[in-house]
Ligand binder design. Structure first.
Ligand SMILES: Cc1cc2nc3c(=O)[nH]c(=O)nc-3n(C[C@H](O)[C@H](O)[C@H](O)COP(=O)(O)OP(=O)(O)OC[C@H]3O[C@@H](n4cnc5c(N)ncnc54)[C@H](O)[C@@H]3O)c2cc1C
Length: 493
């Protein structure tokens, strides 16, 4: 048995651990925090349970494939509910738009807003499905260490079919005119950490995820998924060590020799760094062993960070659905403040998750669990005053939309932002979602999943392929584990 050590216990690290164990290796996972899950951790307060990070369960096929690879299914671990409506978008001068789970209802919703748009939507979603199938079968699971992986007729013709070099914005706006439909169709790519105009049209595959596959929720919260991953890993023999901060990776003769931590020194035949790539390279490895220098990292387009409020409310709020997008402010101005001239937003869009609408387990009876997320540029100066300054404006906007009084019913509100991402996850510039999926940060152009300098060092997670989000993190772990096993086999031969 070969020893594989994994740094980081987020989704990518847990996935890499499970696959490495399945490949027959002895696996140890080192996590700096006291609980696993990484950005998908949770906390309890006064009878509320808050998922700290992800809340949208999209691409259920990726989760299902993961568990199937181990002879299991998601329902062995958690119960999924399909949300209907999947989500709701609020606009400033127009009624809110509910996104129904049923395709037929969705077509009717489109047609009622823009004449002729139902049939355009059918065509659009057919193409999105094709892109999804091509993306998942021929692109997402590739290690992307060389362009040669993509040089076969099937992949090339697939890529051409996806109109790869057009942008999501062009594709959407050529098809739909009503501003609400445009907002709805462009929204899903925000998950990739990019503006629609900078996102290759391939990624309208996200519309297939959002509108055709639908939005799910694991009862008990997203924490049920990390719990499932950890239980599976343990059942496969993985040793998980928490409160174990890796402080240095030593390299001898071109291979990792030791991994130094506060819990002692570890050795391994191969290492997968699933903590933030920049942290591993710039802070744990000595200079000669880094793939990239600081200048390279400064030139990357990061996905946004976030300002989050975890709020406990002592009443039920009528008129809320599980996922609520407040697009009642200027989208272009806010995205400009994230990507073009980074600054705290003047009048931000925000996302409100109210899981207690669906799930009685996450708030005391008669109470509401609210999670408010404002996307912000990474690397901003994050002070207590700035963090607190947005809350009352956000609450007023929710009160206006729902017609409910909320402010006097707030039991507590806990902010979380850029400096917390740095402290808790060693996140580069306090990013929340990793690296943006722009055209020039796609596939081989992303930070490599293999070290180019250290033979037995590999990377996983949202800063390498395939990109940000829970499903890509899971895929990334699978790819990294595959690369490790390939390396160990070649070495043994
Ligand atoms: C607020 C928020 C909302 C999101 N919403 C969604 C969503 O709705 N749907 C979705 O699909 N995705 C969402 N995402 C993205 C998704 O959560 C991430 O892409 C994914 O969880 C990243 O997993 P990871 O393993 O790459 O990184 P992480 O989860 O960050 O895991 C890395 C781990 O490495 C550990 N670590 C760091 N340094 C060290 C060290 N020196 N020693 C040991 N351990 C170390 C960290 O503590 C962490 O546990 C969201 C993310 C955030 C932050």
């Amino acid at each position: 048995m070969k020893r594989v050590t994994i740094i980081g216990g987020g989704f990518s690290g847990l996935s890499a651990a499970c696959y490495s164990a399945k490949h027959g290796h002895e696996v140890t996972l080192l996590e700096k925090n006291s609980t696993i899950g990484g950005r998908a951790r949770f906390f309890n307060r006064d009878g509320f349970t808050f998922d700290m990070g992800p809340s949208w369960y999209w691409m259920p096929d990726v989760f299902e494939k993961f568990f199937n690879d181990f002879g299991k299914t998601t329902s062995d671990f958690y119960n999924l509910t399909k949300l209907d409506p999947g989500f709701r978008i609020h606009f400033s001068h127009k009624p809110p738009l509910n996104v129904p789970a049923s395709k037929e209802e969705l077509y009717s919703t489109f047609e009622a807003i823009e004449k002729g748009s139902a049939s355009k939507l059918k065509t659009f979603l057919k193409e999105a499905e094709l892109k999804y199938d091509i993306g998942m079968s021929q692109l997402a699971y590739k290690p992307s260490v060389s362009w040669s992986e993509f040089m076969n007729p099937e992949v090339l013709s697939g890529v051409l079919k996806t109109k790869f070099f057009s942008s999501v914005r062009n594709t959407v706006r050529k098809t739909f005119k009503d501003e609400r439909l445009v907002a709805l169709m462009e929204f899903p790519v925000l998950f990739l950490g990019t503006k629609p105009q900078d996102t290759p049209s391939l990624y309208t595959l996200m519309n297939h995820a959002a509108l055709t596959q639908g939005t799910y929720y694991p009862m008990g919260g997203m924490l049920k998924i990390t719990e499932a991953f950890a239980n599976l890993a343990k059942s496969l023999g993985v040793t998980i060590i928490t409160d174990c901060n890796v402080s240095h990776i030593s390299v001898t003769d071109g291979s990792v020799s030791t991994i130094e931590t506060n819990k002692g020194v570890f050795t391994a035949d191969a290492v997968i760094g699933s903590a933030d790539y920049h942290h591993i390279e710039q802070h744990l490895l000595d200079k000669p062993y880094r793939n990239y220098d600081e200048k390279y990292w400064k030139g990357r387009t990061l996905a946004p960070s976030a300002l989050i409020y975890y709020i406990g409310v002592n009443k039920k709020i009528k008129g809320l659905t599980h996922h609520n997008l407040f697009f009642d402010a200027n989208f272009e101005k806010h995205t400009g403040e994230i990507y073009d001239h980074p600054a705290w937003p003047e009048d931000p869009l925000f996302y409100l998750c109210a899981p207690s609408v669906t799930d009685p387990h996450v708030a005391p009876k008669g109470h509401e669990n609210l999670f408010v997320l404002i996307p912000v540029a990474p690397g901003l100066d994050d002070t207590k005053e700035v963090r607190e300054s947005y809350l009352s404006g956000v609450i007023k906007r929710i009160e206006k939309e729902t017609g409910e009084s909320i402010a006097p019913h707030i039991l507590f509100s806990q902010p979380y932002s850029i400096s917390d991402y740095v402290k808790d996850y060693n996140a580069f510039k306090g990013n929340a979602y990793g690296l943006a999926n722009t055209l020039f940060q796609t596939a081989v152009l992303k930070p490599s999943i293999r070290s180019k300098k250290v033979k037995n060092l590999f990377y996983a997670g949202q800063l390498t392929v395939p990109g940000p989000g829970v499903p890509p993190a899971i895929i990334s772990g699978e790819i990294a584990a595959g690369q490790v096993t390939k390396y160990l086999k070649q070495k043994a031969a």
